[in-house]
Design a protein around this ligand. Sequence first.
Ligand code: C5P
Length: 226
Amino acid sequence: PQNHALIVAAGRGERSGLGLPKQYALIRGLPMVRHSAVKFLEHPDISKLWVVIQAGQEDQLLDALEELNNYEIVMGGATRQDSVKNGLSAIAAAGGAKNVLIHDAARPFLSQMMIDRLLASLEHESGVIPVLPVVDTTINIIDRYLEQALDRDALWRVQTPQAFNFNKLLKAHDLSSAEFDATDDAQIFKAAGNQVAIVEGDEALKKYTTAADFDQLSEKNMIQIR
Ligand code: C5P
């Protein structure tokens, strides 16, 4: 009965405009994927880490996670959903887990507090996600013109890690079809008939996606490309 962590780092990172997969770009002196890997490996209640990567990037990952132990590498797929599924299959093949925390490598600034918060909620829930309110006015656009404002009080931003009972998530992924095109695991879990609980998210867990995200960092001299 153990908690495993699964980092998905098999994306192409094309929106970053960095000319290299963003998960290996240096942020605050460390490759992006290393930040959250260290947080999971240091947490006393996480017993194993799995990292899903693109085929051909083994050397980059080994380099990024130099001197860290207790993690396994899994090859990813064409979509995030495929990559998660490959990771879950690898965990299942190695004997399974009690719970799994699934995390985007693109959200480097994970805290021990967030892991604690998710694990505490999992004691009475089978699926839990961190969310934050929408603070900007949020609208629909049609043909490049404002159509209507949405009720932002009813909208929430969803982050990772997302924490689940392992067997239930595995089953949900097995039931899910590729056409569903889910951008996270909570949607897949919910579609399989499970409840997804929420905890308060963390602004520090923002996803680094576009060139602008990285430009901000480079201005502060926190990113280096090697
Ligand atoms: O593309 P997006 O920003 O939604 O990616 C979220 C996370 O999923 C990233 O950490 C990315 O590396 C990962 N991903 C993956 N396999 C894919 C696509 C995305 O592991 N095929």
